[in-house]
Design a protein around this ligand. Sequence first.
Ligand code: SF4
Ligand code: SF4
Length: 296
Amino acid sequence: MAKVKVQEVPVVWIQTGSCTGCSVSVLNSVSPSIKNVLIDEVVPGTHISLRFQATVMAGQGEAVLKVLEGTPKKDRDGYLLVVEGAIPTKDGGIYGTLGERDGKPLPMVVWVEELVKNAVAIVALGTCAAFGGIAAGSPNPGGYSGVDSLLKERRINKPLINVPGCPPHPDWFVGTIAAILLQGLPKPEDLDEFKRPKAFYGKLIHENCPRRAYFDEGKFARKFGEPGCLNELGCKGPVTYADCPLRLWNHGTNWCIGAGSPCIGCCEPGFPDLMAPFYQKLTDAALPAIGVEQKK
Ligand code: SF4
Ligand code: SF4
C-alpha cells in the first residue's frame, strides 16, 4: 500500500517575559497528551514539527539559538510562531534578552520582530503574550507589551490568534492548533474583538456558572467556604469570557469557582490591574443577563 505523506507544520515557540506557567499548563494536556501533540499526527495526515521550545528541548546554548536564528531563512514557506510571555520594549528591550549576537545580549523584542517576518500566523499563548498580563502590570518599568500592541506599534500586519489565560487551559491551545491544522487560519467571525477563538472564549463565565441560580435569587456568600454566589467576594465571572464552567480544569476535575474561589478574570485584557482588587465586589460593571450575546 502506498504510504500517505504526512505534512509537517513547523512550529517555533519562543518564551519572552513569562513565568513558564503557560508551558507547564499546556504540557499537562491529558487528552491528547503532550506526547501525542508533539510526536503523533495532531489531525490525520498532519503533525507539528516543534523547532524550538526552551522548556522541553534537550539542546542548549548556541546550537539551539542557531536553529532559532536560521528559522526565518530556512522556513521561507512559513511556520507557526507561538509567543509565550509579554515582550519588554523599553530602552531597546534590554530588560529581557535571549542569547547574544556579536557579543551583545539580544533583546527578546528583536527575536520576536525577526521571527514574525516569515511566520504564517502567530499564536499569543497566555494573557501576558495576548495583552501584557501580569508582566505589564502597573508600573510596568520594563515597558512590557502583548504581541498585538507590539505588532500595531511596529505596523506589522500578521494573522494573530490570542489564547489568553493565566495560565491558559491546555485544551484552548491544543484545540486552536488542531483547528488551524484542520481548517486553516480562523476566519474573522471565528474570533472575538480581542482575537480570541469564540469556540473557547465565546460565553461569559457568569452565563454558565453553576452558582448562577444563587446570583439570580440574591443569595451571596459573605465568607469564603459559604454556599452562594461569589459576587460579594469579588467574582469577575460577569465580565470574563471563557468556558471554564463547562470545560473544567485538570481533565475535568474542578475549576476556580467550583473550588470556592472567585473568578479573577484571568483571560481578559487589562488583567490583573483592571480586575484588582481580586476579592473586592465589582462595582461599575453592568451585570449581564443569561443568554446575552457576546460583544462583537
Ligand atoms: S458572580 Fe461569579 S459565582 Fe456568582 S454566578 Fe456569576 S460567575 Fe458565578
Ligand atoms: S474561572 Fe476565571 S480566573 Fe479561573 S481560569 Fe477561568 S477565567 Fe481564569
